[in-house]
Write a protein that binds this ligand. Structure first.
Ligand code: BES
Ligand code: ZN
Length: 617
């Protein structure tokens, strides 16, 4: 079992919701090029036959039924009459499908839904007459749609209104939109969303205007720059906006708004830092304009805002240059993790960036030691598997480490220029690992053959583990902390005499992770000195709870239960349930807590925690 899964941060989670916005600049058009080796095994659609270019959604949000209901109009290049349009769906209730040549006169079409695959959902095949360019599908999503989380008022920070948000990556768009759900297919979209009066609707698109009827608010959106389906996003709730900078702001539920605006006040600086690294090759940056973030990063001291730098970095690696298939996921996440660290360095200084590298490396070493060999490669085989299974920390941290090595070997100036040119060259395209490597050889390695010998590219990408030459960051601040941990563990320093006053989140994490397995009495001593069980910092608390379970330190029990009930972020809850399931007594507790917590979790988290908590049966 991998202790770290990374797939939930772009979503607001339980206990309140925050949505960050990067209002973006004018967009430019894509060039639609696609390499031919980009076989996506996670989509039924056959874009090489008919490629969808535009989507127009018109959907009503019903919190009573937990459905989105309405129509999707898909536009594609004129069909020859021989082709069928194949779309991805998962559990959609389709009532009618029509086709049209001009987008205004529609006539009923022949269509069928194939057999349902547990991972992929079902193919929807529509017969398309010659010269047809539009298809209109009337449908409804299911209450259990895997890409939507419906929160009751009790699950929100404000407690008064319900909340809905989508999470499409990796292949969940198909659970609420019939679409070519492959990262190799980019589409522009418009949407008209109707929601109960008083709620605000947000999408990863430009907001074009709002109106209202007696019962409903009606919101219009347009995303003119073609994006992959996994970047379409929707949030509906009692949200308010606070400006952070000229191009940045935050949407949050009213009780979280002031705290969020404070925590993220450096967002404009992050955007500036990111831009000065990679430039704005198109006079604007491709960006779905709306990052979703979990409230568990509101630590009160900005120590966890690296996540914002991370999501911002995706404006280049991911949204501008996209992985063509989910086996190429490291092109999105490894590059992004590297750029995240560069933004952190620019905004918070080298010390902070290096501490984050050191912690990432410890996590990576641990994860590699627990992961089957084939899944340790950067380019991984996901055939027949749910692509969400590829979302371990390995593509993130091993990928980033490879880029750190290239930066060190070629020098920052050369490597920055290379990356900038890379983003320029592949802008608005979805590319495979081999396309990226061709470019790397041509534009960097072959130009600096002596230095290139120091980069074992093949080992990085296609071998398990890490090359022996993988760089290892060192942080004097963290080294001092791990000495303090060793002294405490050896019994030579009492907890109360460790000087923790200046410690940041990263130093606390280092301290706890550097400790050997503790006895309950040692945990009690630390708790007495530092009130760790009461920590309001989600990362520190999570680390503490993970240690308390095997130590049988029962004083954390109420806090552990409350945390599992309040937080839905998989990165935290999965390792905690896994730890509990290791003993018979823990299994009993895990089951009792999970029975209460499960209804409040996102469908994706439900599926993955089901496997953990049931595995002992
Ligand atoms: N794009 C990912 C989230 C994702 C990955 C969703 C795969 C579904 C499938 C996002 O950018 C991300 O990486 N989030 C991280 C936070 C980050 C700071 C490492 C997370 O959720 O922990
Ligand atoms: Zn990411």
């Amino acid at each position: 079992m991998n202790p770290i899964t990374r797939r939930d941060a772009v979503a607001a989670t339980l206990g309140g919701a925050i949505v960050l916005t990067n209002c973006g600049k004018p967009q430019t058009a894509e060039n639609g090029k696609m390499p031919t080796d980009a076989q996506d095994t996670h989509s039924f659609s056959q874009p090489e036959k008919i490629r969808v270019r535009k989507l127009a959604l018109d959907l009503a949000v019903s919190f009573d039924d937990k459905t989105l209901a309405g129509t999707a109009v898909l536009q594609f290049d004129a069909a020859t009459g021989k082709d069928a349009l194949v779309l991805d769906t998962r559990d959609l209730d389709i009532s009618k499908i029509e086709t049209s040549a001009d987008g205004s006169t529609f006539s009923e079409a022949k269509w069928s839904v194939g057999q349902r695959d547990a991972i992929l959902g079902a193919a929807l095949t529509v017969t398309i007459p010659a010269s047809t360019q539009f298809v209109r599908i009337a449908y409804k999503s299911q209450p259990a749609a895997s890409g939507l989380q419906w929160l009751t008022p009790a699950q929100t920070a404000g407690k008064k209104h319900p909340f809905l948000f989508s999470q499409n990556e990796s292949i969940h768009a198909r659970s609420w939109i019939p679409i070519q759900d492959s990262p190799g297919v980019r589409i522009a979209y418009t949407a008209r969303i109707r929601a109960p009066k008083g709620l605000l609707v947000l999408m990863s698109a430009e907001h074009k205007g709002a109106s209202a009827t007696a019962k409903e608010g009606v919101f219009d959106f347009a995303m003119d720059t073609p994006i992959p389906a996994y970047l379409i996003a929707l949030a509906v709730g009692d949200l308010q906006f606070a400006e952070v900078g000229p191009r940045t702001g935050v949407y949050a539920e009213p009780p979280l708004l002031a705290k969020s605006a404070r925590e993220f006040e450096d967002m404009e600086k992050m955007v500036t830092a990111a831009e000065s690294l990679y430039g704005l090759p198109f006079g604007g940056m491709e960006n779905p304009r709306l990052t979703f973030a979990t409230p568990t990063i509101l630590a009160g001291d900005k120590s966890l805002v690296g996540l914002v730098s991370h999501e911002l970095a995706h404006s280049w690696s991911g949204n501008l240059v996209t992985n063509a298939t989910w086996s190429d996921f490291w092109l999105n996440e490894g590059f992004t993790t590297y750029i995240e660290n560069r933004i952190q360095e620019a905004v918070y200084g080298r010390d902070q960036a290096v501490m984050e590298q050191v912690l990432a490396r410890r996590g990576l070493d641990k994860e590699l030691s627990e992961t089957p060999k084939p899944d340790q490669m950067l380019h991984i085989d996901l055939k027949g598997r749910d692509p969400d299974e590829g979302t371990t920390g390995i593509p993130y941290n091993k990928g980033a480490l490879m880029l750190h090595q290239m930066e060190q070997v070629f020098g920052r100036e050369t490597f920055d220029a290379y990356l900038k040119a890379y983003f320029d060259h592949f802008a608005f395209q979805s590319i495979t690992t081999s396309t990226m490597l061709d470019y790397l050889f041509r534009e960097l390695l072959e130009k600096h053959p002596e230095q290139a010998k120091q980069i074992p590219v093949q080992d990085w990408v296609y071998e398990p583990g890490l090359p022996v030459s993988a760089p290892k960051a060192a942080s004097p601040r963290l080294e001092a902390v791990s000495k303090a941990a060793a002294a405490f563990a050896a019994g030579s320093t009492p907890a109360s005499s460790i000087d923790t006053k200046q410690w940041s989140t990263q130093e606390w994490l280092e301290f706890l992770q550097a400790l050997p397995p503790l006895k309950a009495a040692q945990m009690a001593e630390l708790d007495k000195a530092y009130r760790l069980t009461q920590s309001g910092n989600s990362e520190v608390l999570d680390q503490w709870l993970k240690m308390a379970i095997p130590a049988d330190y029962a004083a954390v029990n109420p806090r552990l239960e409350a945390f599992l009930l309040e937080v839905g972020r998989q990165k935290f809850i999965r390792p905690l349930y896994t730890e509990l399931m290791k003993t018979p007594a823990g299994q009993k507790r895990a089951k009792a807590i999970y029975a209460k917590a499960r209804p409040g979790y996102h469908p994706i988290a439900q599926t993955s925690v089901d496997k953990i908590v049931k595995s002992a049966n």
